[in-house]
Design a protein around this ligand. Structure first.
Ligand code: BGC
Length: 811
């Protein structure tokens, strides 16, 4: 590594500022005079999306083929740290071959609502699990000398208005739920980079949020890497730099580079802040340099095989009545549903991989059981967006001749798209009708699901078995076939709750909010934390997943019965495979504070371990719980606090199946700090079973009034006004029309394609400032200022600016 201080000393102010934005969509800027190279960063997270055309600002053009691993939902459902690390290693190898120095992922945002359009790219509703899986992913990638970009930091829990919405969150939920997973990953792996989220958090954009970046990420957690924006997330360049964000992506952002220069010259920005940023950028650029060898070639077969293994391990056997699964190879199977031949295996958006290969369930089942045993009918047209009675009837007829019917359904591509949230949890009508029609004539129906996040299952009681395959990547078909035929014993567990109905979900009344703010009124009661606290029925609980064998949990031993807040507790138990097949079990440890003064959910996951056991084999599992496992975040101390008292230790195979229980008494070494009122607001101490929280109660928790969430007619447009909200004047309406026309032109070919849907949603949600980003050399800041003046009916002034801007462009 060259002497970075020396380099900084040799750089001009302009060179320093220019390093703070990218060269184009995917590269950082070089400074040739000083031998500073340009490096490539690219998406992520479950494969490499290296665009063929680097400058295609549409951002979703063709990319080089790469292994498409199962998406994050499936990775998390493995609950297997070691396996996820292997995926990370494989991703790192692909990065090396393609000369990519930073992989843009993993995403560790919490699944606050099952509706978030990007949930397939995120791990869990639980921060501990999310953090542990993110950690493994990062350790794997970075072991190859390639960096990661942990994203989207933070509270980017929805797609609706993601570029402007203000996430209004109380301090405890922020630390205990939305940051805790990031914290694990940052503290334990030091990702090379962090990607700042688009949205605002409690009033301030995440990319210029000093509390989030300087205070929490750097000072509290000790992060010493680089922070970059999400693509197009920059709002105020100088404020962002001062808050701890170094790199603006994509670039170039000439106007912002110039702003930095100006701010240093005018004394507004301390040069030391810029030097610090340049140092961090250079450290990343040079850290990335020495890793490539000419013969870096990854093994495509090995990666495909790994992808298949992960797809199988990330599949969750939700139901297996009468032990209908695994299938006998000789059973005559009617395989119904187009997904069996045209798999749904990944989500749409920036993570879309151009797969090297693509397996499907039909062909993989044929390979295992022979074509004479597998009869196929599509059952619904294409991905099932419309219903076709003929296809349904044909499928039902085929089912009549079979021993067992396997129906492959799930969510079409257009249901899970970056930039858009779902509006409901329903499967397409054509999928549900297929299952119901088959169940009416056959009593051995197995449903196989391909989807990135929970769905409602109106037919749950009519079918014998349900295998949730998530989005299994390019080898997903093989992974599912392996599980169906018992070549792999399923061991996946849900990393999220499947509610019975959307309306049951704690975030339902407050998601996705808008137009300006989204209030996280449910606070800590996210996912199973809510369902367990209020004891509400669910379709399938968090942590649930069946096996073809059975396990017994025995002999719980806690290392202490009384524990000071300085000691750690070891939870010891024995798991025994009591069935006839080898299998794996995920032992889950939850805590349940018995009578806390500060409000707490009834259960919180604090440890887990996946164990492989031969038939009859028993193993001891040891899980250590440190101080933090018992702590809550005190708003008074602005730090973690452990309340003395009894904590129950619950060991189980899901949040609803607890097999062993013990209690530990926590004592304090010092006089415990009093619990402030904000941490014990009665509405949260007795959290309501309908999750309805009055504004006044939420404000008591926040410690301030909730911000305004309405758009007034007279409110002037700013650089942050979303295009969808342009209504201020004739000019505003015209501009909106232009954008809508553009969208229509793009949609002509295929209005339902996920790409079209995504671009439509994103363009309308995008704030005016993004026009600058995509305006290329046809638009500059002065012209933009002019346009905004005109939108706000200041036509003459605006026009003058527009003309000035045009002149600047020409010169
Ligand atoms: C996404 C990021 C992605 C980036 C680059 C953004 O729209 O939010 O996750 O890494 O684009 O493609």
């Amino acid at each position: 590594m060259p002497n970075i201080q020396q380099l900084i000393a040799e750089m001009t102010l302009e060179e320093k500022a220019s390093l703070c934005s990218g060269l184009n969509l995917w590269y950082t800027k070089p400074v040739e005079r000083l031998g500073i190279p340009s490096i490539m960063v690219t998406d992520g997270p479950h494969g490499l999306r290296k665009q063929v055309e680097v400058n295609d600002m549409g951002g979703l053009s063709e990319s080089y083929p790469a292994t498409c691993f199962p998406t994050a939902s499936a990775l998390a459902a493995t609950w297997d740290r070691e396996l996820v690390q292997q995926v990370g290693i494989a991703l790192g190898e692909e990065c090396r071959q393609e000369r990519v120095l930073v992989l843009l992922g993993p995403g560790a945002n919490i699944k606050r609502s099952p509706l978030c359009g990007r949930n397939f790219e995120y791990f869990s509703e639980d921060p501990f699990l999310s953090g542990e899986i993110a950690k493994s992913h990062i350790l794997g990638v970075q072991s190859q000398g390639v960096g990661t970009s942990l994203k989207h930091f933070a509270t980017n829990n929805q797609e609706y208005r993601r570029m402007t919405v203000d996430a209004v969150i109380d301090t405890r939920a922020l630390h205990e739920i939305y940051l805790a997973g990031f914290e694990i990953a940052v503290r334990e792996t030091q990702p090379w980079t962090i990607m700042g989220a688009y949205n605002r958090l409690n009033g301030t954009y995440c990319c210029e949020n000093p509390l989030l970046l300087n205070e929490i990420l750097r000072k509290r957690w000790g992060f010493h890497g680089l922070v970059m924006t999400d693509w197009g997330a920059m709002n105020a360049r100088v404020a962002a730099l001062e808050s701890g964000l170094e790199l603006e992506m994509p670039g170039p952002a000439d106007a912002n580079d110039a702003r930095i220069v100006e701010a240093v010259r005018s004394g507004e920005l301390d040069i030391a802040v810029l030097d610090q940023a340049v140092e961090r950028i250079l450290e990343m650029v040079f850290k990335a340099q020495p890793v490539f060898a000419e013969d870096d070639r990854f093994d495509q077969d090995a990666h495909h095989a790994l992808a298949r293994r992960v797809a199988a391990e990330g599949s969750v056997l939700l139901k297996n009545a009468g032990e209908i699964l695994p299938l006998e190879k000789t059973a005559r199977i009617a395989l119904l549903g187009s997904f069996a031949k045209q798999p749904r295996y990944q989500g749409a958006g920036s993570s879309l991989i151009n797969p090297l290969r693509l397996d499907n369930l039909h062909d993989e089942m044929v390979k295992i059981a022979g074509s004479e045993n597998i009869a196929y009918a599509p059952g619904y047209p294409g991905q099932g967006l419309i219903f076709d009675a003929n296809l349904l009837n044909e499928a039902v007829q085929l089912a009549q001749t079979a021993d067992i019917v396997v129906v492959h359904i799930g969510l079409p591509d257009s249901f899970e798209v970056e930039g858009m949230d779902r509006g409901h949890l329903k499967l397409p009508e054509s999928h549900n009708r297929l299952v119901e029609a088959v169940c009416a004539i056959h009593d051995k129906v197995v449903v196989v699901l391909s989807n990135g996040s929970p769905v409602e299952m109106p037919w749950v009681d009519q079918v014998e078995a349900i295998l949730e395959g998530y989005l299994g990547g390019q080898a997903g078909g093989g992974g599912l076939a392996d599980v169906l035929y018992g070549l792999v014993n399923p061991s996946g567990k849900l990393a999220e709750t499947f509610p019975l109905r959307l309306e049951d979900h704690p975030s339902h009344a407050y998601f996705p909010g808008g137009p300006k703010t989204v209030e996280y009124r449910e606070s800590l009661f996210v996912g199973y934390r809510f369902f367990e606290t209020v004891d509400k029925p669910v379709l399938f609980p968090f942590g649930h997943g069946l096996s073809y064998t059975t396990f017994a949990y025995e002999d719980l031993r806690l290392s202490h019965s009384t524990l000071t807040d300085q000691e750690t507790l070891t939870v010891r138990l024995t798991v025994r495979n009591t069935g006839a097949r080898a299998g794996k079990e995920v032992v889950q440890v939850y805590i349940n504070p018995e009578s806390p003064t500060a409000f707490r959910p009834k259960m919180e996951l604090k440890g887990f371990e996946k164990v492989a056991l031969q038939p009859g084999e028993a193993r001891e599992v040891n899980i250590t719980l440190g101080r933090r496992a018992f702590a809550h975040f005190s708003t008074a101390l602005n730090d973690w606090q452990v309340e003395p008292g009894n904590y129950r230790i619950l060991v189980g195979s899901s949040s609803r199946e607890i097999h062993l229980e013990g209690t530990v008494q926590l004592t304090a070494t010092q006089t415990p700090a009093p619990i402030p009122e904000r941490d014990r607001v009665p509405a949260y101490v007795n959290f309501p079973s309908d999750a309805r929280i009055a504004r006044a109660d939420f404000e008591a928790l926040l410690g301030r009034p909730t911000p305004n969430n309405t758009i007034s007619e007279r409110e002037p447009a700013t650089i942050n006004t979303p295009l969808a909200d342009l209504q201020h004047s004739f000019v505003a309406r015209q501009l909106k029309k232009v954008v809508q026309k553009e969208i229509e032109a793009m949609s002509e070919d295929n209005p339902d394609s996920p790409n079209t849907l995504m671009i439509t949603a994103m363009m309308l949600d995008a704030p005016l400032r993004t026009i600058l980003m995509f305006g290329g050399d046809k638009l500059n800041q002065t012209m933009m200022d002019g346009l905004i003046l005109m939108i706000n009916r200041r036509f003459i002034k605006g026009l003058i600016k527009l003309v000035q801007g045009q002149k600047q462009l020409k010169s």
